[in-house]
Design a protein around this ligand. Sequence first.
Ligand code: FAD
Ligand code: SIN
Length: 533
Amino acid sequence: MSDSLPPHDVVIIGSGAAGLTAAISLAERFKVLVLAKGNLAQGSTAWAQGGIAAVLDKGDTFEDHIRDTMIAGAGLNRRETVETVIENAPVAIERLIAMGVPFNKEHDALHLTREGGHSHRRIVHVDDATGWAVQEALLKTARANPNITLLPHQVAIDLITGRHEEKFSGSGRVWGVYALDQQSGKINAHTGRATIIATGGAGRCYLFSTAPRGATGDGIAMAWRAGARVSNMEMMQFHPTCLYNLDVKNFLITEAVRGEGGHLKLPAGAPEAGERFMPRFDAREELAPRDIVARAIDHEIKRLGLDYVDLDISHKDPEFVRHHFPNIHEKLLTLGIDMTTQPIPVVPAQHYTCGGVLIDLQGRTDLPGLYAAGEVTESGLHGANRLASNSLLECFVFGEAAARDIMARWDEFGQVPAIRPWDESRVTDSDEEVVIKQNWTEIRRFMWNYVGIVRTTKRLERAQHRIQLLSGEVADYYGNFRVTSDLVELRNLLQTAELIVSSALKRKESRGLHFNTDYPEMLPEAKDTVLVP
Ligand code: FAD
Ligand code: SIN
């Protein structure tokens, strides 16, 4: 049932913006294997709406973008990382244009939109579906490169380390990954001299999330199990404006709607129906950073017992709205909402994982041979709260940085040793698949209720207790039954939830996205929450 395949030079887990950027650079010299869990465009990248932040306007400066990023990040950002990413942004955009991304233009210049926390217009975009255009261009480039092998429907299970060498070394050196081929059912060892984790975030730990189904924290959990540190996992970003619809639970309404003049209002039926409430919370009103807007909405929903608030851009010219937001406009029409004349009902939902596998400026993790890039990481860019549209940017800069570092160090990496195949001799098929669904739903529900936008120590402890109970059950299930995609995801979801809750309990203050009513003040010194396996 299991094979060790011939080694590639580099194994990359993930085919989103981070993974493909790294693959395209590495393919200048090396044979690269890219694995993806579902089809190749199934990560968050393809879902990105608003765009990519970069200093491209004459009146804008790197210093302003750095300041905006660090204000949003509530002082937890690492300045060196912020500078590196922001100064490399214009080059990253040029590379995307060279690959054929058709960014919107106005009067022969790139059209720049604006989002919360930005002091300037600096977001390049392709209508309101930027991610789809980026994903397509990266995939087209990768497909055309004979040095890149793209392998969809492979579920990475665990990293291959010194423990899996035929001649057991027990070291933390990473040699690739064991992955389940969903079509053949085989678990193969994919090996390489270097490995990059680019598996995206962990949004599906929460009941309501804008992230795609596969965002189950697999890379964070795999790196943790292999011995890498993770950092700032309590910093979970909630996007203020996810469509409120009982059938369509995770459709994002881009922040650019507020950037282009949309107002947040109390809905019909509320005591002050039609009131713009953001001015009561922050001088930046609807364009305050996300943590502030999401908490304000949460506050109004709880205070007035609402289901949602309204996002209203109907005071703008209908043609302007249709032109800027063609995809959202069309999608809403199918649900009976015309955003040119009606408000859009919205609620906050989990959106982005700011914490993750701790990396340095070259994308290196703690483990020799293991790199990471993109949403799976904690690079120091986002601090306690990510600034809008800085995330795709991080993928491009760190995907490239990891690739360059691997090239520079290539001669230090030894040959891949003989690796033991995956052992399935002691497991059987499960006759209780219902356990997976039950546990998955339970985790997502208590994470939403106990570890959400506003936290208390008591609720965090309740969540921790639930996790302890489920851990034994899931470990037992994992040890006895054949691995399936759902089981891999459940195991990782639970592991990631544990890291989030442990980190949240460690932080004895409120900062950025982490708001605990038992510790409402921000401490004078900003410190990362670093967990050591
Ligand atoms: P992803 O694009 O999520 O890719 C992850 C890859 O890893 C996928 O190929 C997946 O199949 C693979 N994978 C995962 N687990 C496994 C496994 N076990 N085995 C094998 N493969 C695996 N950011 C911005 O900067 N601007 C925006 O406008 C913006 N809009 C957004 C809108 C939405 C709705 C969402 C959800 C996010 C948005 N973001 C935006 C955030 C941004 O899209 C993501 O942070 C970014 O795309 C992450 O890219 P990535 O390469 O790290 O991971
Ligand atoms: C959005 O378009 O609002 C999402 C932007 C982001 O997540 O950076």
